[in-house]
Design a protein around this ligand. Structure first.
Ligand SMILES: NC(=O)c1ccc[n+]([C@@H]2O[C@H](COP(=O)([O-])OP(=O)(O)OC[C@H]3O[C@@H](n4cnc5c(N)ncnc54)[C@H](OP(=O)(O)O)[C@@H]3O)[C@@H](O)[C@H]2O)c1
Length: 322
């Protein structure tokens, strides 16, 4: 049996660190996992990436490094989001190919789908409509990442045994999340807000919108388990469930909740006893966003971690980092 040498790009990020945990839990030895922090290897630098692959010669790659952020960051720094993500993935995928990496997993995001895609969003909704303008540059980069993987497969699959796959997760949360007050996703932002409200004995916590929009959330360790599961599927099975020009796989929890429900569950988890006030004058966003994960389910994978359980672990992580 081949001993794999696995490069996890972005291993200090929320998803990359969960992938490392999952690989170790599955019996991969620490010595088989190759990592570099951003300061050691800037993945936007083609020369450095080529040098790293030539030196380390990994046999598998998980590409979990990316420039990631919420609406505010995406809107304020669109050039950074499209440029850095395009460069990182192009550099890593080309260097992987040049250095005979057979298997690579690219991580995308549900924002690749059109703004008005039918719900739940199926894989074949890709490129059927206009994207959400606030994160269009980021989404375009992620779509290019899927197409890079598919193009290398189509051109070099038969001749070089190239097998590059991609997974598109829904909203993720869990240990390693970004809890920045102005620049974080819904769950980490609410964890911080309820925690601070508890400490301040605040009588109420305001939340934008009506609380009625529905969103899907997936615990990051589930995401890591799904990524490794998809990477380990045989090529025959993967090919049976995908097509060469539509090869990405959605990763969702299979159920969604209202913003009000998630806010109440976080308040309970944190131990905040005051009121939650919905500010109806603020926008709601899309009424519902959830993924159709039936392709992944048919491939034998299902999410395990319930929202309540995942939120308890996420809150512990937040508190431990204070
Ligand atoms: N979080 C979510 O809800 C979510 C949802 C769907 C999809 N995803 C996808 O999952 C992937 C990982 O996201 P995440 O939440 O784990 O992000 P994250 O926590 O911000 O981690 C990203 C990692 O990439 C590294 N990185 C960024 N720019 C780099 C560069 N130029 N060179 C080398 N390393 C660089 C970062 O290192 P530094 O911090 O040192 O810069 C960090 O370790 C992304 O592709 C994202 O699209 C995430």
């Amino acid at each position: 049996m081949n001993i794999e040498k696995i490069y996890v790009a972005g291993h200090r990020g929320m998803v990359g660190s969960a992938i490392v945990r999952e690989l170790l839990a599955q019996g991969v030895k620490e010595s088989q996992i190759v990592t570099r922090i951003h300061a050691e290897l800037d993945l936007t630098n083609q020369f450095e990436v080529q040098k790293f692959f030539a030196q380390e010669k990994p046999t598998q790659v998980y590409l979990a490094a990316a420039k990631v952020g919420g609406i505010h960051a995406n809107n304020t720094y669109p050039a950074d989001f499209i440029y850095q993500n395009l460069m990182m993935q192009a550099n890593v995928i080309e260097a992987a190919f040049q250095n005979r990496v057979k298997k690579l997993m690219f991580l995308g995001s549900s924002c690749i789908y059109p703004r008005l895609a039918a719900q739940p969003m199926r894989e074949d909704a890709l490129l059927t409509g206009t994207l959400e303008p606030t994160n269009e540059p980021y989404a375009i980069a992620k779509i290019a990442g899927i197409k890079l993987c598919e193009s290398y497969n189509r051109q070099y699959g038969a001749s070089h045994c190239v097998d590059y796959r991609s997974v598109m997760p829904t909203n993720l949360y869990g240990p390693g999340d970004n809890y920045h007050p102005a620049n974080s996703h819904v769950i980490p932002a609410l964890i911080r807000r309820f925690h601070e409200a508890k400490l301040a004995n605040a009588s109420s916590v305001p939340i934008w919108g009506t609380g009625t929009p529905r969103r899907e959330f997936l615990y990051v360790d589930d995401m890591a388990a799904a990524s490794v599961h998809v990477m380990q599927l045989s090529k025959t099975i993967y090919d049976q469930h995908t097509t060469p020009m539509q090869s990405h796989i959605n990763v969702g929890s299979g159920s969604d909740v209202t913003i009000a429900e998630v806010a109440q569950t976080i308040a309970q988890t944190v131990g905040y006893k005051g009121q939650i006030e919905f500010d109806m004058s603020k926008p709601d966003g899309a009424p519902r966003k959830w993924m159709d994960s039936s392709r992944l389910n048919a491939l034998g994978w299902q999410a395990k971690v319930e929202l309540k359980q995942g939120l308890a672990a996420a809150y512990l992580d937040f508190v431990n980092k204070l």
